[in-house]
Design a protein around this ligand. Structure first.
Ligand code: PHE
Length: 509
């Protein structure tokens, strides 16, 4: 039987012979050692041989688990909730939060974490009375949980394959990952073996044919190129990965969203990050005692602690609208409006501050503007929350604008971003009436996910700034969309700038 091939290179024959001799699946590393062929050449040759059906290749992805530095520390000292429990047991089963803090058994910022977990695990109960928090032990010697067992296992072994873990431990991986105690790394193991065609070829005797892969000026000048055999290139053969410079994935997505808005006829607006409470809240008819203004949500600035208010007549109209409705047809909130509260300097909590600031200067319809920009809220940072994040926001000012138009525009916008199923629900915002909220269906989660708030600005918002036609407005989160697009399940990963992750993301999303 004769098989016809374009001729094999010496390296390819060498690999075939090596595989034929071993007669079994071989790891690329073994072939590397056995043939002493340089890695890049080996990888290319294997790709060629696979292409010609002379070898088969199997790629198996292996996931390895490692402890982070924090994980290593807890592996030896015990999880913080264990340390806490040990302390409480020593104290007879009970201590106040102050005692725990004073005892210095854990870093201050970890104490709450420890209490949270001890409570979740049913080890302790926490009671607050007269401003004092008491922690009482419920379970004096709980057995080691799967998280602790996994921690121990990982601290003993260098390389742990995820697939080799018993089920009870595997189910706790994500938990330790979210607590930042373990890291996952994946490697691909490549196995190669010779096919029956490969063996037949070897048995029938192969001739190597190097051919020529580089056309030199000499070959051209002497016309020798007409006679020599030129080798084909396999442009799909694997090579060493290259990591070109590129835009950060977050910037790429923001630019993509910009493009969608621009294509829909919107213009981009931007505004200050340091805002007055006036534009962030008052101009949006948000009452001065609204919980969102509370220290828990809003960052108030020390320096400067106040921001100059706009024109007096505008401030007057907003103030009166809050107090008694002014000429808006509303009764207002019925309190005495305080200038000092409106002057407070804050970090804007939503991009609607920038929208309303812009609207006060550009009232003549039609207006279609958007922003994709940074906002700040005093949130405890975890895998779902950041204190500094982005919002996507837009408004349409038009004499004939209706809620139906708003829903249509939102549907189109999110459709262009890749969300095909959008739903609307009634909602509430102090500055819109009616107010709606939209959710989109996300295949990956098999669930409806909240995307944005929207509505038509109330007369209490538009009339004081001199806008006489309907204003459709919406605003929503950017990071959740970015996480979905980039396949992340921890919001912090968007901004951790881990080099490994940055390298892996495509140069163009
Ligand atoms: N500003 C709102 C938020 O931060 C969203 C919103 C914008 C709602 C415009 C209605 C109109 O959640």
């Amino acid at each position: 039987m004769s098989l016809s091939f374009e001729g094999l290179r010496e390296t390819e024959v060498k690999i075939l012979r090596f595989l034929a001799e071993r007669g079994e699946k071989s790891r690329v590393n073994d072939i590397l050692e056995g043939t002493k062929i340089e890695y890049a050449t080996l990888a290319k040759s294997i790709a060629w041989l696979e292409d010609k059906g002379l070898v088969s290749v199997e790629r198996i992805e292996l996931k390895f688990l490692f402890l982070t530095d924090e994980g290593k520390r807890y592996a030896s000292s015990g999880l913080p909730e264990r340390t806490l429990l040990r302390f409480l047991v020593e104290r007879g089963g009970k201590a106040t939060l102050n005692d725990v803090l004073k005892a210095g058994i854990l870093p201050q910022n970890i104490v709450n974490v420890a209490i949270g977990w001890a409570r979740r695990k049913g080890w302790v109960e926490v009671l607050k009375s007269n401003g004092e928090t008491t922690i009482t032990v419920l379970d004096y010697s709980p057995p080691m949980g799967p998280d602790e067992l996994l921690l121990e296992l990982l601290s003993k072994r260098e390389h742990v394959k995820q697939s080799e873990l018993p089920e009870e431990l595997a189910s706790t991986i994500d938990l330790l990952y979210k607590r930042n105690l373990l890291e996952k790394r994946s490697e691909t193991d490549v196995f190669v073996w010779i096919t029956s065609n490969g063996i037949t070829l070897l048995e029938s005797g192969v001739e190597t044919d190097e051919g020529i892969s580089l056309l030199t000026p000499d070959l051209i000048r002497t016309q020798a190129w007409k006679k020599v055999k030129l080798r084909k290139f396999n442009v799909e053969a694997p090579t060493k990965p290259v990591y070109p410079g590129k835009l950060h994935p977050v910037i790429q997505l923001i630019n993509e969203i910009r493009d969608i808005f621009l294509n829909m006829g919107f213009e981009e607006i931007r505004g200050p990050l340091v805002e007055s409470a006036f534009w962030n809240f008052d101009a949006l008819f948000t009452p001065q005692d609204h919980p969102a203004r509370d220290m828990h949500d809003t960052f108030y600035l020390k320096k400067p602690s106040t921001v100059k208010l706009p024109r007096e007549d505008l401030v007057y109209r907003v103030a009166k609208t809050h107090e008694n409705g002014w000429e808006t047809g509303s009764k207002g909130w019925g309190y005495y409006w305080k200038t000092e509260l409106a002057q407070q300097a804050i970090l804007r909590t939503h991009t609607t501050a920038t929208t309303i600031r812009y609207l006060a200067e550009h009232k003549a319809p039609p207006v279609k503007v958007f922003s994709v920009d940074r906002v700040y809220r005093n949130e405890k940072v975890d895998y779902k929350h950041l204190a500094e994040f982005h919002q996507i926001e837009g408004i349409i000012v038009d004499e004939n604008a209706t809620l139906r138009n708003l829903m249509g525009v939102l549907k189109e916008f999110y459709w262009k971003l890749g969300f095909k199923k959008v739903q609307f629900w009634p909602s509430f915002f102090p500055y819109t009436e009616p107010s709606i909220q939209s959710t989109v269906y996300v295949e990956e989660y098999r669930a409806w996910v909240e995307l944005c708030g929207a509505g038509i600005f109330r007369p209490e918002v538009t009339i004081p700034i001199g806008v006489k036609v309907p204003v459709l407005a919406w605003g929503g989160g950017f990071e959740r969309i970015a996480m979905l697009r980039l396949g992340l399940d921890d919001i912090r990963d968007l901004y951790r700038n881990s080099l490994g992750w940055l390298r892996q993301t495509p140069a163009i999303l």
